[in-house]
Design a protein around this ligand. Structure first.
Ligand code: FAD
Length: 277
């Protein structure tokens, strides 16, 4: 069996206080020895400098950093610049995405889909970068249907992606069904489940509505029933997400990627309960 990959995601903070807090979060999470820390990128380049700054700090701490890069609303020239900057700094791992333009921002840019970005990165930089792409076990919300979305995913892999990280989900069957369909298509890259720790129901419901992650009815009703008892939500959420991770790993998932929202507590607790080395 190939080695499993456990990784952690941050977003680049907007303020110096946020950066300081993320340093502390990182100090705690680094003790778990994740394979890499990834840092999101605002579509259209809105976080360009902050993503770079965060990635360089991570790298300077001796940890592996993987910047996200999205192509929507960007030009070839600006993407080439960013790739060259990462190359100059010795960054060798990247998460390549289409991104979503904020509403009101004109749909500009030279790339329409993530597979075009993956091809561009390979054309420009050869094998320099290990490239991750996004996968959607429950189907991307804008896809016309499941099969077309699967075909889009296959196109990104054939364009040169080495691995994938999924959107978060709470239905393990969705993941295993998607993985089996990928295997049937001859896609053999690791598809690592994205894991969202549960700490706040209204925020989770908002995110899930936008990104197309289903919160099963029983789970939504149960979380709602705690009202604003955040301790109860966190305790139950920790048990539930730990169980989800266990089932995924037992079923052969090639690792886990934690969406931390820049918080250390829940990810640390779940990671330790799983006994990840
Ligand atoms: P694509 O793979 O291009 O797919 C987008 C949609 O287009 C899908 O519905 C697909 O089926 C369809 N499609 C693809 N190719 C074609 C084609 N040739 N013809 C017709 N339809 C096609 N967003 C950010 O802005 N910044 C981030 O840092 C970020 N990080 C993320 C990390 C992960 C692990 C995940 C899962 C998502 C992340 N996102 C991020 C969100 C992501 O940008 C959005 O989900 C976006 O809507 C789709 O990006 P994609 O790379 O999956 O796009």
């Amino acid at each position: 069996m190939t080695e499993r990959t456990f990784s952690i995601e941050f977003f680049p903070p907007k303020t110096p206080e946020g950066m300081a807090k993320l340093r502390e979060t990182r100090r705690q999470l680094a003790q778990l020895h994740p394979k890499f820390f990834s840092v999101t990128f605002g579509a259209g380049g809105s976080t360009r400098d902050r993503t770079l700054e965060t990635v360089l700090e991570i790298q300077a701490e001796g940890l592996q950093a993987a910047p996200h890069l999205s192509c929507v609303g960007s030009t070839r020239e600006s993407l080439r610049d960013i790739l060259n900057t990462y190359k100059e700094h010795g960054i060798r791992h990247i998460v390549a995405l289409r991104g979503d333009l904020p509403s009101g921002m004109a749909e500009a840019g030279e790339f329409r889909y993530a597979n075009e970005l993956v091809s561009f990165i390979r054309q420009e930089t050869g094998d320099w970068f290990e490239i991750e792409v996004a996968a959607y076990p429950e189907t991307h919300p804008q896809a016309r249907n499941y099969q077309e979305d699967l075909a889009s995913f296959a196109r990104k892999v054939r364009a040169g992606a080495n691995a994938a990280i999924t959107q978060y989900f709470f239905n393990v069957d969705a993941y295993f069904n998607f993985r089996d369909d990928c295997v049937a298509l001859g896609i053999d890259v690791p598809i690592v489940p994205g894991i969202m720790p549960i700490s706040n129901y209204s925020q989770l419901a908002r995110f899930s509505a936008v990104c197309g992650a289903e919160i099963p009815r029983w789970l939504a009703r149960k979380l709602e029933s705690y009202y604003d008892d955040t301790d109860a939500i966190k305790a139950f959420g920790q048990d539930f997400v730990t169980g989800l991770c266990e089932r995924l790993l037992q079923g052969g998932a090639p690792g886990l990627h934690f969406y931390t929202l820049n918080q250390a507590g829940l990810t640390t607790a779940i990671w330790q309960r799983l006994g990840i080395e």
